[in-house]
Design a binder for this molecule. Structure first.
Ligand SMILES: CC(C)(COP(=O)(O)OP(=O)(O)OC[C@H]1O[C@@H](n2cnc3c(N)ncnc32)[C@H](O)[C@@H]1OP(=O)(O)O)[C@@H](O)C(=O)NCCC(=O)NCCS
Length: 170
């Protein structure tokens, strides 16, 4: 990660050059990310090479979310508090520029560690992702995310598993 820095999207980032292979995700960064930040719909974080801080190698978004307890598999739900809704963090979008292969993992680990850190101040028991296509589904499965029954694109990972994955228990 020392070759890269991950910072909130800001004016110095060159959004126009970003190409990840999914036009909708390129377009989001160019046209909608700023508005989502202003309206507090999403926080947007950008990964840049440490020696080229204006370049966008990749980005991800985080938002507060919740999930119906009954939507989770029983063996996961029984380890969570018996409230109808479980607090969660949503990684709504995550993409890397085609010129930066291999940075998908860095983006995901940064998103997971940031979410874990913040969940100690504002609790969240689950991480959710929206996998836009089969490639994304396979990528997230690789890190232990499981599809949510009845939600074709949504996948989840318990925060406890994130702790173990990052070996970052309090
Ligand atoms: C999905 C995406 C983020 C993956 O990024 P990447 O840089 O290729 O991923 P990495 O090389 O860091 O992969 C990390 C690990 O996942 C695995 N992996 C990555 N993509 C995979 C895929 N499609 N299928 C299976 N495994 C995959 C890699 O083998 C690697 O494993 P390792 O750590 O054991 O070596 C990237 O392809 C992308 O931005 N795609 C376009 C946008 C998109 O579809 N975003 C998805 C969410 S909306």
């Amino acid at each position: 990660m020392s070759r890269y820095v991950c910072t909130p999207l800001a004016g110095h980032h060159d959004r126009t050059r970003f190409r990840c292979g999914v036009p909708e995700l390129d377009d989001y960064l160019r046209r909608r990310a700023g508005q989502d930040i202003r309206r507090r719909a999403a926080a947007v974080f950008v990964l840049s090479p440490a020696d080229e801080p204006s370049r966008v190698a990749g980005y991800y978004t985080l938002s507060a979310a919740s999930i119906v307890l009954g939507d989770l598999p029983k063996k996961v739900a029984k380890k969570l508090p018996r409230y109808p809704h479980v607090p969660a963090v949503l990684i709504g979008r995550l993409a890397r520029d085609t010129e930066f292969p291999g940075t998908g993992k860095l983006l995901l680990i940064d998103a997971l560690s940031r979410s874990l850190r913040h969940s100690r101040d504002i609790a969240a028991a689950v991480i959710l992702v929206d996998a836009k296509n089969d490639q994304a589904r396979t990528f997230y499965s690789h890190f232990g995310f499981t599809s949510l029954a009845g939600h074709p694109r949504r996948m989840f990972l318990p925060m406890k598993t994130v702790e173990a994955l990052l070996d970052d228990r309090p």
